[in-house]
Ligand binder design. Structure first.
Ligand SMILES: Cc1cc2nc3c(=O)[nH]c(=O)nc-3n(C[C@H](O)[C@H](O)[C@H](O)COP(=O)(O)O)c2cc1C
Length: 218
């Protein structure tokens, strides 16, 4: 397709969403449980990486900054992912805890937006997850100074070799600078695409540990 055709295609393509509704009386009163149900359905539908989520943070100049990370757990404390604590995202979080998450399960016409506060997870959680990772990923955590500038690809590969030599014949321990970040959710929006753009949007807000559900116009 030439460039003009692609532009036309992007401008004009329209898709009707399936008609399965999202109604107040059909959802769980607890949004975490509702999220677990949608995640279960996304996994059962065999979507590719249903636990991939867009994480938005705020940088020092007040810009939103987004990237995809993998949700690895939902604990009593919140939504957990793992990263390098020296990365841009982690520095932004330690400077400003306000974050948002977005899950898109387009094959199911579903989107979930979550807003919350992020903080460093405890070392038990991080050790536990780190030990479950393949050895190559463990080496990678040592080799990559995430978000810092590299001269070239070779510099990274040399660093990987260096780490392989360092840990040869021994267990790869978790680097102090790598671990869990937990997001305590304070706001959820469950979005379900419907016909004629009359989509369903149910928002949960929390006060004194009680969640309230509201419907938003699409
Ligand atoms: C599908 C997918 C999953 C990813 N999962 C993670 C993850 O769990 N943790 C992570 O640190 N980076 C993950 N990344 C890489 C991030 O998107 C990002 O490039 C990296 O963390 C550096 O981001 P930063 O410079 O904004 O800190 C993933 C990327 C993709 C496309």
């Amino acid at each position: 397709m030439n460039e003009e055709k692609i532009t036309d295609h992007i401008r004009s393509v329209r898709r009707e969403f399936s008609e399965i509704p999202l109604l107040e009386h059909n959802v769980h009163y607890n949004p975490v449980e509702q999220f677990r149900l949608w995640m279960k359905e996304a996994v059962e539908a065999e979507l590719l990486d249903p636990y991939a989520m867009c994480l938005s943070t705020v940088d020092e100049s007040g810009h939103a900054d987004s990237r995809v990370v993998y949700l690895r757990d939902i604990t009593e404390d919140g939504f957990v992912f793992y990263t390098n604590y020296n990365s841009s995202k982690a520095k932004q979080i330690f400077n400003n805890e306000m974050v948002s998450l977005n899950f898109l399960w387009i094959e199911l016409s579903r989107q979930v937006k979550i807003k919350g506060k992020a903080y460093k997870g405890d070392s038990v959680l991080s050790n536990d997850y780190f030990s479950s990772r393949p050895r190559a990923s463990k080496i990678g955590a040592w080799a990559s100074d995430q978000s810092s500038e590299l001269i070239n690809r070779k510099q990274l590969e040399d660093r990987q070799k260096e780490m392989e030599t360092k840990f040869e014949g021994s267990e790869v321990t978790r680097p102090e600078h790598w671990g869990a970040i937990v997001i305590k959710p304070e706001y959820f929006e469950f979005w379900k695409g419907r016909k004629s753009r009359l989509h369903d949007r149910l928002v949960y807000t929390v006060k004194d540990n009680t969640w309230t559900i509201k419907r938003l116009s699409p």
